[in-house]
Design a protein around this ligand. Structure first.
Ligand code: TXA
Ligand code: MG
Length: 320
């Protein structure tokens, strides 16, 4: 067996045995566990230090696999047809005899399902034959990982509750988490902006609603994961900066930025900026400057999701 195939087989075996595996998706790396195994799912929360009220996305191969656990509404059917496999997580009612751990829903009557597009993620799902619960593979509140090295740097090792295997698929293509959309009703409600834009969803189903206000972390939120401070580096982050000031490192966007700054996209391309966002935040976090200044990013298309993450990163540390 080729080394990659052996590693994949081992990862699938670890999942089936209730262990944790980190794996690449087209958005960010996920920290996966068998979504039907309560103890395995609990181990995810523990490894991430994640607040227990924050539900997890369940990864499946396709709509047929999702239908084993959630009720597919007509709206969800349309969205899956257009965006799966891909960066869209769809919140749907759990079926009456749903085999998913209640922990993945964190007390809600719904579960979020997503079919990832990354070939390694799909091979892993096929090899283990289970739905895989996977949040981003970082400590809760930290910047999401877009490389295997980010994962290893953020989570505890295998003997301290971290993943037994980290599958390395190189840098993530999108670099930004999936869009989370509630499709329980007739109109899709975007709970978290992400890789699929509101415009793209509207083009398919005719209408869309957005829950944009950064939620405060109270229980009972539509998407409890929308903690105000999230995706955060360990340093002060200042938004809408035109230049770096005393001690700051600049995260630039677009042409005309200082040539020595890290630039999300020198040409002003939002897709490129999304792919670079977390890797550059990681790099600035690891750098010498004690603070980060970020140039404005246009509030359209993927820029909405990028700005959402930047606003969260800029919340003061004592925010909820
Ligand atoms: O791109 C992604 O979505 C990555 C990769 C690994 O797939 N995963 C990810 O998961 O970002 P996580 O756990 O970091 O974010 C999941 C988001 C949270 O905001 C959570 O509150 C929301 O999805 N969510 C999950 N289940 C939900 C549910 N039943 N109802 C409402 N929101 C839900
Ligand atoms: Mg996350």
């Amino acid at each position: 067996m080729a080394p990659e195939a052996r590693e994949l087989a081992r990862a699938a075996e670890v999942l089936r045995a209730g262990g944790l595996v980190a794996f690449p998706t087209e958005t960010v790396y996920g920290l996966g566990a068998d979504a039907t195994d309560d103890r395995a799912v609990a181990a995810i929360y523990a490894a991430k230090g994640r607040p227990s009220f924050n539900p997890l996305i369940v990864h499946v191969l396709d709509a047929a696999a999702a239908a084993e656990y959630v009720t597919i509404t007509p709206l969800a059917r349309s969205l899956m047809g257009r965006f799966w496999p891909g960066p869209l997580s769809i919140v749907l009612p759990r079926t009456a005899d749903c085999a998913l751990s209640l922990l993945v829903s964190a007390g809600l009557p719904t579960a979020a399902v997503r079919a990832p597009a990354h070939p390694l993620a799909r091979d892993l799902l096929a090899a283990c034959g289970r739905p895989v619960a996977a949040p981003s593979a970082n400590r809760s509140g930290a910047v999401s990982p877009t490389t295997a090295a980010h994962v290893a740097g953020s989570l505890p090792g295998p003997d301290a509750g971290g993943p037994r295997v980290i599958l390395d698929g190189g840098p993530c293509r999108m670099g930004l988490e999936s869009t989370v959309v509630d499709a329980t009703g007739d109109v899709p409600v975007i709970l978290r902006p992400g890789g699929v834009t509101a415009e793209e969803i509207e083009a398919v189903v005719g209408s869309v609603r957005e829950v944009t206000a950064a939620a405060t972390g109270d229980e009972g939120l539509a998407s409890p994961g929308m903690l105000a401070r999230h995706y955060a580096p360990g340093k002060r982050v200042r938004l809408n900066a035109q230049r770096a000031e005393g001690g700051e490192a600049l995260l630039a966007f677009g042409p005309g930025a200082p040539a020595d700054a890290l630039n999300l996209s020198p040409s002003g391309d939002l897709t490129e900026a999304a792919a670079n966002l977390f890797a550059m935040l990681h790099a600035l976090d690891a750098g010498l400057a004690p603070a980060i200044a970020v140039m404005p990013v246009p509030e359209r298309g993927l820029g909405r999701a990028i700005n959402d993450r930047l606003r969260r990163a800029a919340q003061p540390e004592d925010a909820p």
